[in-house]
Structure formats: structure tokens, C-alpha cells
Design a protein around this ligand. Sequence first.
Ligand code: GLN
Length: 391
Amino acid sequence: MRPLSDRTKGFTDSVIRRMTRISMQYNALNLSQGFPDFDPPKEITDRLAAIAGTGPHQYSVTWGAQNFREALAEKQSRYMGRSIDPNTEIVTTCGSTEAMMAAMMTVTNPGDKVIIFSPFYENYGADVILSGAEPVYVPLCPPEFRFDPNELEAAFKQNPKALILCNPSNPTGKVFTREELRIIADLAKKYDAYVITDEVYEHIIYAPNEHIYISSLPGMEERTLSCSSLSKTYSITGWRLGYIIASPEIIDTAKKVHDFLTVGAAAPLQEAVVPALRFGEDYYRHLQEEYTERRDIFVNGLDDLKLPHTNPEGAYYILLDISEYGYESDVSFCEDLARKVGLGAVPGSSFFREPVSHLIRLHFAKKKETLLDALNRLEAMRLKMKNRMQP
Ligand code: GLN
């Protein structure tokens, strides 16, 4: 048999999704893959039940049901601060995962360079490989995960076609400031590059931080492909509803890429989520309050345990320093954490270009009792390590 494609040799399966499978194997509490253990808003689950009887059950328009795009355009126009045309400036996709892949295929040719900040959400590496592009990594330096503008400019001097911007950022929890976004935008304009965003955590922000859409900066609307999803905002990660918002010129091409990749996102789910897209400001304020409470419970618990960790400004992840547990490999630590105390986490190394083995990622999109249970398990792991180290 002839070997399979060269392009798939460069990456493994997703470590995040693998850790979910390992968590299931050990019946562990899963703080690895980021998804909630609480229900979506009742308005949309009721609507979903109704749609089971009435439909639609057949394909929607390939770039998204009219209803869905109109409601999304109205909501995003409010938040992104410009008037978005539902017919020419939106493609509805199967989650932001497809949105990012379609955006990459829309913008890049094989061999093109793409800037990725490290640490990064693991899909970007695979997206770049699958589209035949070549990543150029620029480090975000802890504890604040700032980039060095000179290092970023050096990357732009390599003539990249695009930069990928995850804001708020997974896994660091960083929210890029206006000044940082201005530096990125100025370089993108100076070196004529596109910016492909991943803004799935746009509504999960902790005060006093504020989410600024890079597309709203001067001269950026025409060179930004704003990718996002409804997964985190409405707690429906399994519905796989995402989108790209960009100029009509870009969307015209992205529609074709999307059409041949997937034809379309699930029609009944697009229809069912419309009431949520029409929620008022209250919903988003409440979402932030709830996530702020979850963050506080988790962060305070980690502080009580004296475990060093990042302090998220947005999104729902924490990088935890596991040095004290005495493992050489973060992967072995995560396997043991699931097996010995029933807690699922992601090895930090799967997010970094740089060699890193002392960090794990935990997420806190969970009920209060789940988070308290997770904290107890981290403590139980510590006791197990202490016992092991005793003569
Ligand atoms: N974005 C989430 C995470 O980083 C979920 C990833 C996924 O599996 N789609 O865990």
C-alpha cells in the first residue's frame, strides 16, 4: 500500500480531545476540554424541541439560514460597532473550528507563512499544516503574556500572509489591550497581511478588562476575518455553530470554501438558536457575572492550596504550575491525575512551541460544586505525592 498523505504526518490527534477520552476511561471529572456541565438557556432548548416537529430538517442555504444570519448580524453589529450585512458579510460554519480552517483556506496558498502567538490553541498548528502554510511562532511572555513588538515585526518581515489572533486567549486567559491590538494592526497594514481571529470567548471577560475587536481598529475591517462561535456564549459546544464575519470580498470566497468543505451547519440548530441571538444586554451581563463567580471560586481555591497559576482576564482557562508535584513530564502528570484522583487536565506542552513541561491547563466552565470537587482532587494528588516521597 502506498503511504497516506504527507500533510497528516506532521501532527498527532488533538491532545485536548484525547484527555477527554482518558477522563471518560477513568470516570474522571473532566476539566480538560473546555465545555460546560450546566444547561444552555431554556429558550433555545424549548425551541429545539418545537423544531423537532415543525422542521426545518433539510439543508439551509449553504452560508447559513436567513433567519440565523439576520439575528447574528444584528447582534454582532451591536458588539462589533459597525453595520454587518447578513447577506454579504457572514458565512455560518460548523463551529469556529471550521470557521478558522475555512478562513485559512480562503487567505493562504501552500507555502505561505502565518504568524501564531505561542502558547496557542492546538488547532491552529493543524490548520496551518492542513492548508499547506508554514507557521512562524512569536512568544507571549509570562506572567502577562505580552509580545515583544520587535520580535513581532521580525516575524512580519518574513512576509506572512496572515496572523492568527486568539482574543480573549486560550490557554493564557490574556485579553489584548487596545495598544497591543494597535501594534498588531499597524504591522498587518504595513506588511499587508490578513488577521484571522478566534474570538469565541468575546463575551467571557473579567472586569476591568474589555474585549476589543481588532476589526474595529482603523483600516482593519477589510483585512480581518473575524471567526467566532455560539458554543461558549450560549453553552452549546455540541451544536457546532460558528461563523466568519468579514468584508463582502473576503466572504464571497469564504462562502465557496465553506460550501465545498461542509455544505452547511445543522439547519434545525441554526433555527433553534435564533431566540438566543435576540437576547438583550442582560443576558451577556449575567453570563459575565456567572463566569466571574466561577473564576473567583477556582482561583481562590488554588490560592488556598498555594498552587501557582495564571490569572485569566478573559476566557475560562487556568495554567497551573505543577512543579511541586515533582513530575518530569506534564503528560504523565495528567495521566496520573486522571487515574489516581479522577481529574482530567490538558498537558501544558500541547499549547507551547517552546519546551515546557511544568504546566497543565484546567478550565472552570463548570458548576460550583464541580469546581470545589476538582480543588479537593488537586489536594488529594498532593497528598499522594507526599506519601510517595516519604521513605
Ligand atoms: N476550545 C475548547 C478547548 O480548548 C474546546 C476545544 C474543542 O475540542 N473544540 O478545550
